[in-house]
Write a protein that binds this ligand. Sequence first.
Ligand code: TNX
Length: 546
Amino acid sequence: MKSKIYYLFLILLFYVTNCFAQNTTIVPYPSTYSSKIGSFTINKLTIIQANDAALQKNIVPYLLKKLQLISGENLPTSTNKKATLHYINIQKTNNKSSQKEGYSLVVTSTGITLSSQTENGLFYAIQSLLQILPTKQNFPIIVNNVYIVDSPRFAYRGMHLDVCRHFFTVAEVKAYIDLLALHKYNTFHWHLTDDQGWRIEIKKYPLLTQIGSCRAQTLVGSYGSNQYDNTPYCGYYTQAQIKEVVAYAKQQYITIIPEIEMPGHALAALASYPYLGCTKGPYKTLQTWGVADDVFCAGNDSTYVFLKNVLEEVISLFPSTYIHIGGDECPKDRWKTCPICQQKIKGLGLKNEQELQSYFVHNIEKILNSKGKKIIGWDEILEGGLAPNATVMSWRGTEGGIVAARQGNDVIMTPGSNCYFDHSQSNTEDSLTIGGYLPLQTVYDYEPIPAALTPTQATHILGAQGNIWTEYIANSAKLYYMALPRVAALAEVLWSNKANKNYDRFTQNLPTLFNRYSALGYNYSKAVYDLKTTVLPNKNNNGVIW
Ligand code: TNX
């Protein structure tokens, strides 16, 4: 018979083990989450096993790398179907009925099991597991027992980044992709061309990067300040770099949707090839913010030839089904006074310049559809008639999304009121921003399905997206100060069940999340608590950013 001391020892051991176990905060909050008594220890005896050879390609190495960072150890792996002792089992299941991106994560005292019918789901299981592991180097690693069954609410979970107003290097873009993966986003909308810079190499049109990737100087301070920094600002990605980033995102189950802006926000292209504008130039890559009057000339057939050639190269680089063609903020002044545009309007029997824009978008849509691609455009593409299978990004409120869904077009919600992370997070913002006020709770409380839609119409709301326009965001420290924790709040909108959303719980968990951001090297805003304690990045770019 075992002595009382032995049992006391066991009880003590149990408590000590649990004391060392980490806080179990997972953002976005899982569909089913219950913590259990006891824990599992990842140590030198732990074997990582996958039941499908294909998992050795990406999933297993990814987990190994992450565990190596935390533990400093290279854990052994095995292809045995199932371990009996001390395992991390990664199982691809045949359960086709469950949600495609869904997964389960079960930690018991003998092992950890991650299962899903897809690699995407297993990847999300890993993300959840990582969020219950320590942030600092630690070995052996104690993991609290837990039972999680989880799947996302929306199929489209996106974050956008504007690399035109300010450029972000390949390494910086990869770090941004890592952040999206951590929060279980599956789409990165890469805004690659605009008035202030053309950022993607197009082999057929080398001047786009030789000229269009640079502006002679940049506005200092707020819009309208009329002060410039007298410093050239350049940057672009080679096609090899684009491929590298696309492959990197794929490893994290993130699709990149490239955006090539048209017919407006095109000044960098016009500066490179002045024949693309109605007045034939000369044009300069824009040095300030806002909307430029010079846009692609819609009456000139060579504009469409140019765009077809550009899009062909873009398609060869991005496997995404969607190509974003912009469509926003296109002044019609030039088209009104351009004889060939007016001729086109008459010749085609169009009513006005609005319909000319619609003709433009339809043309581009035809080109993309013929190559098996679908277009996304900002909600202005609704004006003058919507292209038949276009998806609308509703940014000027939700009205555009409602109209499009009623017409049977797919919609991605991204209203400025809830999804513009270039707006201030605090009423007493300490840094220069584009304006607007978007506190954390307004993001968290966002409901992407408008009440005005019937259940059938609501099926056209694919999801939502947070946008980060970078007029006043010149470096990574400012980027993450603006992004975090709002990216986390939107992740919960997009992933978590409506019934599981709880702003109090979300904010109570923020310190744990902030620790994780710090460990991973991401800045964040503490505006939700106290702005003064936020770590401010160094001033640079002549004070543009702070
Ligand atoms: C509007 S959102 C724009 C961008 C600006 C942004 C600033 C959209 C489709 N167009 O060009 O950067 O506002 O918040």
